[in-house]
Design a protein around this ligand. Structure first.
Ligand code: SAM
Length: 227
């Protein structure tokens, strides 16, 4: 049984897509997408040998060798132009890592119509990458599973730069609009943490580095209180 988190990611993959799942681990997501008929074919990319072997085993056991190719490669290097990939999924990593995978493999995104990204933390890094690289957010989602809260960001290419303000970058333009219960819970949790950190910083000796970090934190707390 696939996690609710990956089920939710799967919901945003377009019908008939050729999917590249980067950091696929056991390749559960591409196997599911091919099984339910959403994806016609898929590439599962892994940078680490162990998970790569697990992915190969899984694809083989599910009888999907003719539909899913598993490649040992860093980030989007798993994608070849002849794959004709139209959707990329990257889930279960930090937003900063996801953004760096996209930045490094930007030239491999030609022909990709949709990115479905699920950062565990720091989704802001992905939104910033999107603004700077002419992708725009078409949907966002948030869910709680086993007491952890996850965000999903769906991007499509945009003919021009779509700016986001500080609040939209941090909270997400769509999530900010809907302000659901899980969204509120996430930011209440974060603000409790931020306040505790700010308090500890108050007690620490003030170096320029700590001062900058504290200013950033206070700025976030101020945005949070506004929202
Ligand atoms: N995507 C799956 C999920 O959401 O359940 C697995 C998430 S797992 C926590 C992260 C996986 O990404 C690991 O298997 C790790 O080896 C892989 N990974 C990390 N950095 C990567 C990179 N630059 N390129 C490809 N895979 C990477």
């Amino acid at each position: 049984q696939l996690s609710q988190r990956l089920m939710k990611v799967a919901e945003y993959v377009q019908q008939g897509a050729v999917v590249a799942d980067i950091g696929s681990d056991h390749a559960y997501l591409p196997c599911h997408l091919v099984h339910i008929g959403t994806a016609s074919r898929a590439v599962a990319g892994e940078i680490v040998k162990g998970p790569y072997e697990s992915a190969r085993k899984q694809v083989h056991e599910e009888g999907l060798n003719d539909k899913i190719v598993v490649r040992l490669a860093p980030g989007l290097e798993a994608v070849e132009p002849e794959d004709g990939v139209t959707a990329v999924t990257i889930a279960g990593m930090g937003g900063t890592l996801i953004a760096s995978i996209l930045a490094e493999g930007n030239h491999r995104l030609d022909g990709v119509e949709r990115l479905i990204l699920q950062p565990n933390i720091h989704a802001q890094a992905i939104r910033q990458w999107a603004v700077d690289n002419d992708w725009h957010i078409v949907a966002e989602d948030i869910l709680k599973e086993k007491d952890k809260i996850y965000e999903i960001i769906v991007l499509e290419p945009s003919p021009h730069r779509v700016e986001l303000d500080a609040k939209q970058l941090l909270f997400g333009p769509f999530l900010l609009k809907s302000r659901g219960e899980t969204f509120k819970e996430k930011w209440q949790r974060e603000s409790t943490q931020w306040k505790a950190i700010a308090e500890r910083m108050d007690k620490a000796e003030e170096t320029p580095d700590i001062r900058t970090k504290k200013e950033q934190l206070l700025q976030k707390i101020a945005l949070m209180e506004e929202v």
